[in-house]
Write a protein that binds this ligand. Sequence first.
Ligand code: UDX
Length: 433
Amino acid sequence: MNITVIGAGYVGLITAACFADLGNEVLCIEKRESTVNKLQKGESHIYEQGLTEILQKNLEEGRIRFTTNMEEAVKFSEVIFICVGTPQSDDGKADLSQVEEASRQIAEHLNGYKLIVEKSTVPVNTHQWVKKTIKRHAHEDAQFDVASNPEFLREGTGIYDFMNPDRIVVGAESDRAQVIFEELYAPFTKEGRPLLFTKPAAAELIKHASNSFLAMKISYINMISSLCEKVGVDVNTVAQGIGLDHRIGENFLNAGIGYGGSCFPKDVQAFIKIAEDHGLEFGLLKETEKINAFQKRSFLDKIEDILWINKDKNITVWGLAFKPETDDIREAPAIEITQELEKNGANLHLYDPEASDNFKNILAESDNVKYFEDKYDALKDADALLIITEWQEFKLADLKKVKELMRLPIIIDGRNIFGVDEMKEFEYYSVGR
Ligand code: UDX
C-alpha cells in the first residue's frame, strides 16, 4: 500500500519506518529541509533503539522516501497519517495549530478519495474539526474519511511497540476506511493481535484515558511509597503483592521520583482540561499531578536531610534523561533536582549515556556544573551519588569501584535500582524502602 506520513518527529518517523518495513511504499513529509536531507541519507535526528537500522534498510530497498513537498505527499497515496506535534499551550490545552495546518494543506491538494488518519494525540472530537477544515478548503465533491488511530509507543522501545502492539485502536466511520485499516494491519491481526474498531471520538478518548491511567498508576504506587517510608515497609514488596492480582497487574508499579517525558505530563494536563471544558472536574488526575510533583520535592528534601548542607558539596548525578534508552529530557525529574541543587551552591558532576548534550541547554556547564563522558570519572571525590534515571549500565555498575572513587559512600537512589541488601557497604537511601 502507498502511505503518506506527515511529520518526521518521534511518532511520524517510527510510523513511516515501520510501515515501510512491513512492505508498504512510504513517503514522509517534513517541513525542515535539513531534517529531510539527513533522513534521506539514513541519518535519524532522534535517538531511538533500532531506528537507524530500519531506516537505512528501507531506504536501500526503496520503500521509504522523504520530502518537503506537500502536493507530492498528498497525491502519493490514499492513506495519509497526520503525525505532527500537539504541544501543550500555556493553559494546559493541546495546541492543535499544526493539525489544522496539515488538514488545510491536505485539502488543497486532494486528488480522489483519501483516508486521513490522526495519529497524533488529540482531544476528543478533534476529528470533527479536521473534517470541517478539509471540507472548507477542499473542492466541493472531495471524497475523504477522517479516522483516529492513536499510537501507544514508548520512547526507547517505539519500534518494538509498533511491531508488537497489545492492541490497535481504530476510530473510523465508513466501511471503506475500515477495509483499508484491515489490510494495513493484517500483518498484526494474522498474529492474533486485536484490532478494535470504534467511533473516532472513542479512539481519541482511549488514547488520553490510557496514558492518564498509567500516570495515575505510577502516582498511586508513589503515594504508597511515601506511606511505606513512614511505616517501615518495602514498597517493592507491596507492588509485587498487589501486582500479582491480574486485575491490577505488575507493570507500571515502580515507585520513584515520578514520571516525566513528552507524553504523561502533557496528556494528563490536557485530559483535565478536556473534562473541564465539558463541565467536569477530574480530581483524580489533579491528585495524580500533585503526587508526581511531590515526589521530586520529597527527593530534594531527602537530599537535604541526608547531606544537611548542599553548598560546596560534590554531588554526582547519574541519569538526566526522563527515562532510560532515550536522550529526551522533556519534563525529566533531573531538571528540577539539578536546578535546585545548583541554586543551593552544590558542585554538580553530571553523567548520562545519551542526554548530556540536550541537558546542557537547561543547565549550562560552569564552574560548579560539570558534564562527564564516563560515569566513574563523574564520581571522583563525590560526597553523594544521586540516581535519577534507571539506565541498565547503572544497574551493572562496579560497586566496589564506585565506593573507592567517592569521598563519602552515600547513594540516594530515586529509581530503586539496587536491592537494599546488596548496598550494605554504602549509606544507601531509596524511595519507599
Ligand atoms: C508513554 C506511554 O507508555 C506510551 O504508551 C505513550 O504512547 C507515550 O507515553 P513514554 O513517555 O515513552 O511512553 O514512557 P513510559 O515508559 O511510559 O514512562 C513514562 C514515565 O513514567 C517515565 O518518566 C518513567 O520513568 C515513569 N515510570 C514508568 C515510573 O516512574 N514508574 C513506572 O512504573 C513506569
